[in-house]
Design a protein around this ligand. Sequence first.
Ligand code: GLU
Length: 314
Amino acid sequence: MSLPLPEPAEIDRAVQAAHKTMLATEGGRNADYIPFLASVPSELAGAAVVTRDGAVHEAGDSRYAFAIESISKVATLALVLETIGADAVREKIGTSPTGLPFNSVMALELHDDKPLSPLVNAGAIATASLVPGASADARWAAILDMQSRLCGRELALSDEVNRSEQTTNFHNRAIAWLLYSAGTCYSDPMEALDIYTRQCSTLLTAVDLATMGATLASGGVNPVTGARVVSAENVPHILAEMMMEGLYTSSGEFAYTVGLPGKSGVGGGVLAVAPGRLALAGFAPPLDPAGNSVRGLQAVSAIAKGLRLNIFEA
Ligand code: GLU
Protein backbone atom coordinates (compact mmCIF):
# COMPACT_ATOMS: atom_id res chain seq x y z
CA MET A 1 0.00 0.00 0.00
CA SER A 2 1.37 3.37 -0.98
CA LEU A 3 1.26 5.96 1.81
CA PRO A 4 -0.48 9.24 0.89
CA LEU A 5 1.73 12.26 0.18
CA PRO A 6 0.68 15.60 1.65
CA GLU A 7 -0.59 18.13 -0.92
CA PRO A 8 2.22 20.26 -2.46
CA ALA A 9 0.72 23.46 -1.01
CA GLU A 10 0.65 21.87 2.43
CA ILE A 11 4.32 20.88 2.15
CA ASP A 12 5.18 24.42 0.99
CA ARG A 13 3.38 25.93 3.95
CA ALA A 14 5.15 23.60 6.39
CA VAL A 15 8.59 24.38 4.93
CA GLN A 16 7.99 28.15 4.93
CA ALA A 17 6.65 28.06 8.50
CA ALA A 18 9.61 26.02 9.69
CA HIS A 19 12.01 28.47 8.10
CA LYS A 20 10.27 31.39 9.76
CA THR A 21 10.64 29.71 13.14
CA MET A 22 14.32 29.09 12.41
CA LEU A 23 14.82 32.81 11.83
CA ALA A 24 13.22 33.61 15.16
CA THR A 25 15.34 31.15 17.14
CA GLU A 26 18.74 31.61 18.71
CA GLY A 27 21.04 29.30 20.55
CA GLY A 28 23.81 26.82 19.97
CA ARG A 29 27.38 27.31 18.80
CA ASN A 30 29.18 26.44 15.58
CA ALA A 31 31.46 23.42 15.96
CA ASP A 32 34.95 24.76 16.58
CA TYR A 33 37.09 21.63 16.94
CA ILE A 34 37.29 21.75 13.13
CA PRO A 35 38.52 25.33 12.48
CA PHE A 36 36.68 25.71 9.14
CA LEU A 37 33.30 25.07 10.74
CA ALA A 38 33.79 27.87 13.25
CA SER A 39 34.13 30.31 10.32
CA VAL A 40 30.78 29.51 8.63
CA PRO A 41 28.22 32.35 9.13
CA SER A 42 26.07 31.29 12.09
CA GLU A 43 22.93 33.04 10.87
CA LEU A 44 22.48 30.82 7.79
CA ALA A 45 19.22 28.87 7.86
CA GLY A 46 17.66 26.70 5.17
CA ALA A 47 15.05 23.97 4.91
CA ALA A 48 14.04 21.61 2.11
CA VAL A 49 11.70 18.73 1.39
CA VAL A 50 12.05 16.36 -1.57
CA THR A 51 9.19 13.95 -2.21
CA ARG A 52 9.14 10.48 -3.77
CA ASP A 53 7.98 12.22 -6.97
CA GLY A 54 11.13 14.34 -7.04
CA ALA A 55 9.25 17.55 -6.19
CA VAL A 56 11.42 20.07 -4.32
CA HIS A 57 10.08 22.46 -1.67
CA GLU A 58 12.56 24.83 -0.09
CA ALA A 59 13.02 27.98 1.95
CA GLY A 60 15.87 30.25 3.07
CA ASP A 61 19.51 29.25 2.54
CA SER A 62 18.53 25.91 1.03
CA ARG A 63 21.17 26.24 -1.74
CA TYR A 64 24.07 27.19 0.51
CA ALA A 65 26.76 24.49 0.29
CA PHE A 66 27.96 23.30 3.70
CA ALA A 67 30.18 20.45 4.92
CA ILE A 68 28.43 17.08 4.93
CA GLU A 69 30.44 15.80 7.93
CA SER A 70 28.80 12.91 9.75
CA ILE A 71 25.94 12.60 7.26
CA SER A 72 28.55 11.10 4.91
CA LYS A 73 28.43 8.01 7.13
CA VAL A 74 25.06 7.14 5.59
CA ALA A 75 26.50 7.11 2.06
CA THR A 76 29.55 5.03 2.97
CA LEU A 77 27.35 2.58 4.85
CA ALA A 78 25.16 2.29 1.73
CA LEU A 79 28.24 1.65 -0.42
CA VAL A 80 29.62 -1.02 1.88
CA LEU A 81 26.23 -2.73 2.27
CA GLU A 82 26.03 -2.83 -1.51
CA THR A 83 29.53 -4.22 -1.94
CA ILE A 84 30.16 -6.63 0.95
CA GLY A 85 26.57 -7.28 2.08
CA ALA A 86 24.50 -6.77 5.21
CA ASP A 87 25.72 -9.86 7.07
CA ALA A 88 29.36 -8.85 6.70
CA VAL A 89 28.58 -5.32 7.95
CA ARG A 90 26.83 -6.76 11.00
CA GLU A 91 29.67 -9.14 11.74
CA LYS A 92 32.56 -6.71 11.19
CA ILE A 93 31.12 -3.48 12.59
CA GLY A 94 27.90 -4.16 14.46
CA THR A 95 24.42 -2.70 14.25
CA SER A 96 23.49 -1.27 17.63
CA PRO A 97 23.60 2.17 19.22
CA THR A 98 26.52 2.85 21.54
CA GLY A 99 24.62 5.21 23.85
CA LEU A 100 27.74 7.36 23.95
CA PRO A 101 29.02 10.43 22.06
CA PHE A 102 29.93 10.01 18.39
CA ASN A 103 33.69 10.06 18.96
CA SER A 104 33.74 8.06 22.18
CA VAL A 105 36.77 5.92 22.92
CA MET A 106 35.03 4.52 25.96
CA ALA A 107 32.39 2.97 23.67
CA LEU A 108 35.14 0.80 22.17
CA GLU A 109 36.49 -0.16 25.59
CA LEU A 110 33.01 -1.15 26.75
CA HIS A 111 32.19 -3.30 23.75
CA ASP A 112 35.30 -5.43 23.24
CA ASP A 113 36.68 -2.94 20.70
CA LYS A 114 33.74 -3.49 18.35
CA PRO A 115 32.45 -0.15 17.00
CA LEU A 116 28.81 -1.38 17.15
CA SER A 117 27.36 1.33 14.92
CA PRO A 118 28.49 2.41 11.42
CA LEU A 119 27.18 5.90 12.27
CA VAL A 120 29.65 6.75 15.04
CA ASN A 121 33.22 7.75 14.20
CA ALA A 122 34.80 4.40 15.11
CA GLY A 123 32.23 2.48 13.08
CA ALA A 124 32.48 4.92 10.19
CA ILE A 125 36.26 4.63 10.03
CA ALA A 126 35.87 0.84 10.07
CA THR A 127 33.22 1.15 7.34
CA ALA A 128 35.58 3.28 5.24
CA SER A 129 38.23 0.57 5.71
CA LEU A 130 35.84 -1.92 4.10
CA VAL A 131 35.26 0.03 0.87
CA PRO A 132 36.68 -2.13 -1.94
CA GLY A 133 39.24 -0.60 -4.30
CA ALA A 134 42.79 -1.02 -5.53
CA SER A 135 44.06 2.22 -3.98
CA ALA A 136 43.01 4.90 -1.51
CA ASP A 137 42.06 7.15 -4.43
CA ALA A 138 39.92 4.44 -6.03
CA ARG A 139 38.10 3.86 -2.72
CA TRP A 140 37.62 7.58 -2.23
CA ALA A 141 36.25 7.88 -5.78
CA ALA A 142 33.69 5.15 -5.01
CA ILE A 143 32.53 7.02 -1.89
CA LEU A 144 32.24 10.34 -3.71
CA ASP A 145 30.33 8.60 -6.48
CA MET A 146 27.88 7.12 -3.96
CA GLN A 147 27.36 10.52 -2.30
CA SER A 148 26.75 12.06 -5.72
CA ARG A 149 24.31 9.41 -6.87
CA LEU A 150 22.33 9.68 -3.63
CA CYS A 151 22.10 13.47 -4.08
CA GLY A 152 21.57 13.34 -7.86
CA ARG A 153 24.38 15.79 -8.52
CA GLU A 154 28.18 15.65 -8.74
CA LEU A 155 29.41 16.59 -5.28
CA ALA A 156 32.99 17.72 -4.75
CA LEU A 157 35.56 17.72 -2.01
CA SER A 158 36.25 21.08 -0.42
CA ASP A 159 40.03 21.34 -0.14
CA GLU A 160 39.58 23.94 2.56
CA VAL A 161 37.38 21.74 4.75
CA ASN A 162 39.57 18.71 4.10
CA ARG A 163 42.74 20.56 5.03
CA SER A 164 41.11 21.90 8.17
CA GLU A 165 40.07 18.39 9.21
CA GLN A 166 43.21 16.50 8.15
CA THR A 167 45.41 18.81 10.21
CA THR A 168 43.30 18.60 13.38
CA ASN A 169 41.88 15.05 13.45
CA PHE A 170 44.13 13.72 16.22
CA HIS A 171 41.29 12.18 18.21
CA ASN A 172 40.07 10.27 15.16
CA ARG A 173 43.63 9.08 14.51
CA ALA A 174 43.67 7.57 17.99
CA ILE A 175 40.35 5.83 17.27
CA ALA A 176 41.71 4.42 13.98
CA TRP A 177 44.77 2.98 15.71
CA LEU A 178 42.65 1.50 18.52
CA LEU A 179 40.47 -0.19 15.92
CA TYR A 180 43.51 -1.50 14.12
CA SER A 181 45.06 -2.91 17.27
CA ALA A 182 41.78 -4.73 17.97
CA GLY A 183 41.49 -6.11 14.41
CA THR A 184 38.42 -4.03 13.60
CA CYS A 185 40.03 -1.71 11.05
CA TYR A 186 40.19 -3.66 7.81
CA SER A 187 42.81 -1.66 5.91
CA ASP A 188 45.79 0.48 6.81
CA PRO A 189 44.33 2.64 9.63
CA MET A 190 45.75 5.94 8.40
CA GLU A 191 44.45 5.23 4.91
CA ALA A 192 40.99 4.47 6.31
CA LEU A 193 41.13 7.67 8.34
CA ASP A 194 42.25 9.69 5.31
CA ILE A 195 39.28 8.38 3.31
CA TYR A 196 36.88 8.94 6.20
CA THR A 197 38.14 12.50 6.64
CA ARG A 198 37.72 13.22 2.93
CA GLN A 199 34.19 11.82 2.96
CA CYS A 200 33.31 14.34 5.71
CA SER A 201 34.71 17.21 3.62
CA THR A 202 32.37 17.34 0.65
CA LEU A 203 29.94 20.22 0.31
CA LEU A 204 26.21 19.86 -0.22
CA THR A 205 23.04 21.92 0.18
CA ALA A 206 19.83 21.29 2.11
CA VAL A 207 18.20 20.41 -1.22
CA ASP A 208 20.96 17.85 -1.92
CA LEU A 209 20.50 16.45 1.56
CA ALA A 210 16.74 16.11 1.15
CA THR A 211 17.34 14.42 -2.22
CA MET A 212 19.70 11.95 -0.56
CA GLY A 213 16.97 11.21 1.96
CA ALA A 214 14.31 10.99 -0.73
CA THR A 215 16.39 8.28 -2.42
CA LEU A 216 16.16 6.27 0.78
CA ALA A 217 12.46 7.16 1.16
CA SER A 218 11.92 5.78 -2.35
CA GLY A 219 13.43 2.38 -1.63
CA GLY A 220 16.84 3.27 -3.06
CA VAL A 221 15.81 4.93 -6.34
CA ASN A 222 16.75 8.61 -6.65
CA PRO A 223 13.43 10.30 -7.46
CA VAL A 224 15.13 13.18 -9.26
CA THR A 225 17.42 11.18 -11.57
CA GLY A 226 15.35 7.99 -11.67
CA ALA A 227 18.49 5.91 -11.09
CA ARG A 228 18.61 3.03 -8.64
CA VAL A 229 21.37 3.84 -6.15
CA VAL A 230 20.82 1.36 -3.31
CA SER A 231 19.16 -2.04 -3.57
CA ALA A 232 15.74 -2.20 -1.94
CA GLU A 233 16.82 -4.79 0.61
CA ASN A 234 19.61 -2.60 2.01
CA VAL A 235 17.48 0.51 2.56
CA PRO A 236 15.78 -0.76 5.77
CA HIS A 237 19.20 -1.51 7.30
CA ILE A 238 20.34 2.06 6.65
CA LEU A 239 17.13 3.57 8.01
CA ALA A 240 17.29 1.37 11.11
CA GLU A 241 20.82 2.60 11.83
CA MET A 242 19.68 6.19 11.33
CA MET A 243 16.80 5.70 13.74
CA MET A 244 19.06 4.24 16.42
CA GLU A 245 22.19 6.37 16.14
CA GLY A 246 21.59 9.15 13.61
CA LEU A 247 21.27 12.09 15.97
CA TYR A 248 24.13 11.33 18.32
CA THR A 249 23.03 10.95 21.95
CA SER A 250 19.69 12.61 21.09
CA SER A 251 18.68 9.72 18.80
CA GLY A 252 16.29 8.23 21.35
CA GLU A 253 14.73 11.61 22.04
CA PHE A 254 14.29 12.19 18.29
CA ALA A 255 12.64 8.78 17.82
CA TYR A 256 10.36 9.46 20.79
CA THR A 257 9.30 12.93 19.72
CA VAL A 258 9.57 12.94 15.89
CA GLY A 259 9.48 9.25 15.03
CA LEU A 260 11.62 9.27 11.88
CA PRO A 261 15.04 7.90 10.94
CA GLY A 262 17.44 10.84 10.80
CA LYS A 263 21.06 11.87 10.52
CA SER A 264 22.85 15.04 11.46
CA GLY A 265 26.37 16.36 11.04
CA VAL A 266 28.51 18.91 12.85
CA GLY A 267 28.43 21.05 9.67
CA GLY A 268 24.86 21.99 10.69
CA GLY A 269 22.85 19.65 8.44
CA VAL A 270 19.96 17.52 9.71
CA LEU A 271 18.16 14.95 7.57
CA ALA A 272 15.03 12.93 8.30
CA VAL A 273 13.34 10.31 6.13
CA ALA A 274 9.64 9.47 5.99
CA PRO A 275 9.87 6.04 4.29
CA GLY A 276 7.74 5.69 1.18
CA ARG A 277 6.92 9.38 1.15
CA LEU A 278 9.59 12.07 1.33
CA ALA A 279 12.67 13.41 3.09
CA LEU A 280 13.24 16.66 4.90
CA ALA A 281 16.40 18.56 5.64
CA GLY A 282 17.36 21.55 7.75
CA PHE A 283 20.61 23.46 7.81
CA ALA A 284 21.94 26.02 10.30
CA PRO A 285 25.49 25.93 11.71
CA PRO A 286 25.08 26.42 15.50
CA LEU A 287 24.91 23.09 17.37
CA ASP A 288 23.49 21.90 20.68
CA PRO A 289 25.77 20.11 23.17
CA ALA A 290 25.01 16.72 21.55
CA GLY A 291 26.25 17.99 18.14
CA ASN A 292 22.91 18.55 16.41
CA SER A 293 22.05 21.80 14.64
CA VAL A 294 19.65 23.63 16.96
CA ARG A 295 17.62 25.22 14.18
CA GLY A 296 18.07 22.35 11.73
CA LEU A 297 16.55 20.01 14.27
CA GLN A 298 13.80 22.49 14.98
CA ALA A 299 12.95 22.79 11.27
CA VAL A 300 12.90 19.05 10.66
CA SER A 301 10.83 18.41 13.80
CA ALA A 302 8.33 21.15 12.91
CA ILE A 303 7.86 19.95 9.32
CA ALA A 304 7.53 16.33 10.44
CA LYS A 305 4.92 17.22 13.02
CA GLY A 306 3.07 19.60 10.68
CA LEU A 307 2.81 16.94 7.99
CA ARG A 308 2.16 14.10 10.47
CA LEU A 309 5.06 12.00 9.29
CA ASN A 310 5.79 10.02 12.48
CA ILE A 311 6.15 6.41 11.30
CA PHE A 312 4.77 5.10 14.57
CA GLU A 313 1.44 6.85 14.05
CA ALA A 314 -1.24 4.62 12.58
N1 GLU B 1 34.51 15.00 10.55
C1 GLU B 1 33.84 15.00 11.82
C2 GLU B 1 34.57 14.13 12.81
O1 GLU B 1 35.01 13.09 12.44
C3 GLU B 1 32.44 14.54 11.67
C4 GLU B 1 31.70 14.49 12.96
C5 GLU B 1 30.23 14.67 12.88
O2 GLU B 1 29.70 15.38 12.03
O3 GLU B 1 29.60 14.08 13.76
O4 GLU B 1 34.76 14.48 13.94
